[in-house]
Design a protein around this ligand. Sequence first.
Ligand code: FE
Ligand code: FE
Ligand code: ZN
Length: 291
Amino acid sequence: MIIGENVSFKKDTGLIGAIEEALSYNSNTFMFYTGAPQNTSRSPIDLENTKEAHRLLIDNNIDINNLVVHAPYIINLANPKNYDFNVSFLKQEIKRCEMLGIKRLVLHPGSHVGLGIDTGINNIAKSLNDVLNDSTSVYICLETMAGKGSEVGSHFEELKQIIDKVNLKEKVKVCIDTCHMNDAGYDISNFDQVLTEFDNIIGIENIYCVHINDSKNLINTHKDRHENIGYGTIGFDNLLRVIYNEKLKNVPKILETPYVDNYPPYKFEIEEIKNKTFNENLIEDIKNFYK
Ligand code: FE
Ligand code: FE
Ligand code: ZN
């Protein structure tokens, strides 16, 4: 099982700090934003730190190919406004991933801001065509969205349409998010059927990342509010079936569940996942451990 969580990548500790945080939760992969998720200010990658980090990964049996970077969510390729900035930012983000040795870059497709879904899809594909070139060694993983506001990509068909319009489509993959799929109307309690549908539309081999989150909201509510595993409307057993699905065995699973009283829940959630046992005292255990 390849399981990890969203960790922080800080200016001073870089990739080493991210690895150490992930190890403290007993995970064997992780995801991070190369700077703040909500803005695009980025510091240069420290090469010395990165070199040492690569040794640390080997020492701890973490396969660098399973690590994930998440692009900042204010990048909106569906909106032609700030087009040049978005394209150049994304090119730089790919360069940062390449310098770090990371292969998987998760990207929210974007919001069409009233321009209509088809225009949104066209704009996203056009941007990706400007961003990708033959030497790009990173996979852009388009994330399945909850369908909040005018988000593009809440249905597999929309992601398929984007991919179809990209010239270098072998470089575009998908990140499925359990909270987002639930909120978009996919029934995670019948995950085999969801996966079959995905396979028929996009092809299951294109799933390069799975975000594991419970949802605060009911199916098809288009909200996007993550919940700790087992504490939301999807439920622990349904999420376990996603995590342990044989067809997704080699795909990194990443927790993006909310902090509890400012403490990270991941060490305890990973324990629950490994033990296949729901922890009804999660909140108390987290508070007792970190306080
Ligand atoms: Fe995301
Ligand atoms: Fe996600
Ligand atoms: Zn989300």
